[in-house]
Write a protein that binds this ligand. Structure first.
Ligand SMILES: [Zn+2]
Length: 93
């Protein structure tokens, strides 16, 4: 658990060195820790302190392939989370 998380984080941080401008608006992209809401079918998994690149202009978030892979793996394998929160759902008629 610890392992796969820190490996993805390391790979993400290394990759973040390469990309500097936003694909969509050519704005400046900076390294940030974000709270990423990962959707997997009907499931929602939240990753806190996820390293990502975020455009300072349009807010587009870039996640590395390693991060995405780790998120899918952790979700699929139902790795025990650090904590769980209840998420309210409102269904519109
Ligand atoms: Zn942008």
């Amino acid at each position: 658990m610890e392992d796969i998380l820190s490996r993805a984080k390391k790979a993400a941080e290394e990759e973040n060195e390469a990309m500097k401008t936003c694909y969509f608006c050519q704005g400046k992209v900076v390294n940030k820790r974000i709270r990423h809401v990962h959707h997997w079918g009907d499931e929602i998994v939240i990753f806190e302190n996820a390293p990502a690149e975020v455009c300072t202009q349009c807010g587009e978030v870039y996640l590395s392939p390693e991060m995405l892979e780790m998120m899918d793996k952790v979700t699929l394998e139902r790795t025990p989370p650090d904590k769980s929160i209840a998420v309210p759902v409102f269904s519109l008629p």
